[in-house]
Design a protein around this ligand. Structure first.
Ligand code: FAD
Length: 462
């Protein structure tokens, strides 16, 4: 019997070719196949090989970029639209992550964002903004309430999102693949894309043992995209995030941690929740180079002991890691690089709702002419600094932990990066020109009519 997802070993013609079977690529494939397109997904290793198969399954609205920064960047109205899209992404996950569609997905409700510093005033402003302006259900928790649920003096106030939820992250990515296949998409594993010719109406893809032609190519390879468009990979800062699950902790866990949803801290350091009744699932350290995840098990155990000293010593059962792609501006890269060549990457730490949103936006643009992806046009492809940038990114990541001075350092770093960017953008434009691509297009000016669905699929884009 043939394996379910074989290597591509014969030439193929499809409407849409997707490079990468992570959350982003699989969501595009699922949506496009459901809309009736013929879709092939080419995955260099296997489904969920990188971050998508190693995430913690917390689904929140919004982006990795804090809301205040988003407003400063694109203004209030566009921020509201972007936020609404991010909520639609979360709803997409909710609609597909059901026990019926993905057995064993183990959905549970509610997530809590806790602050590491006394921030009562900011909390009220944040609640008002989220609740009133961004139509997101939230509750403010006073310090006492937070500490009644989480027995630690490390956290202060909290923002509770009753509509956020968590799922079994590994099951979800494999469930998406199964749903995409059921909808008619073909998924080929062990099939790295080695080159792309994006010119012409029918674009060409070369893999080690076959060629493929498609009207649209979606690049969803995250930091590993490599040879097909190296310049694109270089717009991402790879950050390896590590996670672990403890051995059963028995009664002491319930005594220390009553809250059963996901907890994230406002500095983006800790992210945890209780799983299987009495274990802790915990993500914490990050590096800008790959390392064996087991190396980080002691650090994660120590971090748990620091935050929850009542737990005493904890044993780690399993540790793992995955690389996330961080953009310089902190927002995902979603859009059309040139006619029929799409990008969906840079989802950072918050990839579940944002990859779902990207998948929907791209499939709907290709097949229905929905142009809302252009809201992401202000977030251009910015060079992430190669090796030097990675080292600088790491140093800044370390400083940022808990230090207000780091915010200034980061701002200054970004300033310097922006200055360099201007020079590099010229070079990148030249490289893109040579590779036959151009940067994401700008959004049409306000007041211009919404594009209509194209009469002919091939004729959209631009
Ligand atoms: C420890 C950890 C915990 C996390 N927890 C959460 C969480 O709780 N909630 C949340 O929202 N997000 C979380 N994230 C972030 C989330 O996992 C990522 O943002 C998301 O998985 C990115 O998905 P992706 O499809 O862009 O990338 P990837 O998962 O990296 O997928 C890209 C795929 O493309 C393939 N590929 C690349 N180049 C090629 C090529 N040339 N040819 C063929 N295939 C190629 C790769 O092999 C890979 O499988 C977490 C991440 C980590 C590491």
């Amino acid at each position: 019997m043939l394996p379910e997802r074989p290597r591509l070993s014969f030439d193929l013609d499809v409407d849409i070719a997707v490079v990468g079977a992570g959350l982003a690529g699989l969501t595009v494939a699922l949506e496009a196949a459901r809309m009736g397109a013929s879709v092939a997904v080419l995955e260099g290793r296997h489904v969920g090989w990188n971050a998508s198969g190693h995430q913690l399954g917390t689904v929140m609205p919004g982006f990795g970029l804090p809301l205040g920064d988003l407003i400063a960047r694109v203004g209030f109205e566009d921020s509201r639209e972007l936020w609404a899209l991010s909520r639609e992404g979360a709803e997409f996950v909710r609609a597909n992550a059901t026990e019926e569609l993905i057995p064993g997905i183990a959905m549970s409700e509610g997530a809590l964002e806790v602050s590491n510093v006394e921030a009562g005033d900011q909390l009220i402003a944040r609640l008002q903004m989220l609740g009133e302006d961004f139509e997101t259900e939230v509750e403010g928790w006073q310090v006492d309430r937070v500490r009644a649920e989480l027995s630690t003096d490390h956290y202060f106030h909290g923002v509770y999102y009753p509509k956020a939820f968590q799922i079994d992250g590994r099951k979800y990515v494999h469930g998406l693949a199964a749903l995409a296949r059921r909808a008619g998409a073909r998924i080929f594993e062990d099939t790295p894309v080695v080159s792309i010719d994006p010119s012409g109406i029918r674009k060409r893809i070369v893999t080690p043992s076959a060629r493929l032609r498609a009207s649209h190519i979606v690049l969803a390879g995250n930091i590993h995209l490599g040879a097909p468009l190296r310049r694109l990979s270089e717009t991402l800062l790879p950050v390896w995030r590590y996670a672990a699950v403890t051995a059963p902790l028995g009664e002491r866990l319930a005594e220390t941690l009553a809250f059963r949803g996901s907890v994230t801290d406002s500095d983006g350091i800790d992210h945890f929740r209780v799983v299987q009744g009495d274990r802790l699932l915990w993500a914490s350290p990050e590096t800008t180079w790959p390392a064996r995840p087991e190396r980080f098990a002691p650090a994660i155990a120590r971090r748990i002991e620091t935050i929850f000293p009542r737990l005493g010593r904890v044993q780690i059962s399993e540790a793992w890691g995955g690389a996330i792609g961080q953009t310089v501006h902190g927002m995902p890269q979603i859009g059309q690089l040139r006619k029929g060549l799409w990008v969906a990457s840079g989802f950072g730490r918050q990839g579940l709702n944002t990859t779902a949103m990207a998948g929907q936006l791209i499939a709907r643009s290709i097949l229905w002419g929905d142009e809302r992806w252009r809201l992401f046009s202000p977030f251009e492809l910015v060079w992430a600094g190669g090796t030097t940038g990675r080292v600088a990114g790491y140093a800044i990541g370390m400083w940022a932990r808990g230090s207000a001075a780091a915010a200034g350092a980061l701002a200054r770093y970004r300033e310097r990066v922006r200055a360099k960017e201007r020079i590099r953008e010229v070079r990148l434009a030249e490289a893109n020109r040579q590779a036959g691509t151009r940067g994401p297009q700008r959004r049409p000016p306000p007041g211009s009519p919404r594009p209509q669905p194209p009469a002919n699929r091939e004729s959209e884009g631009g």
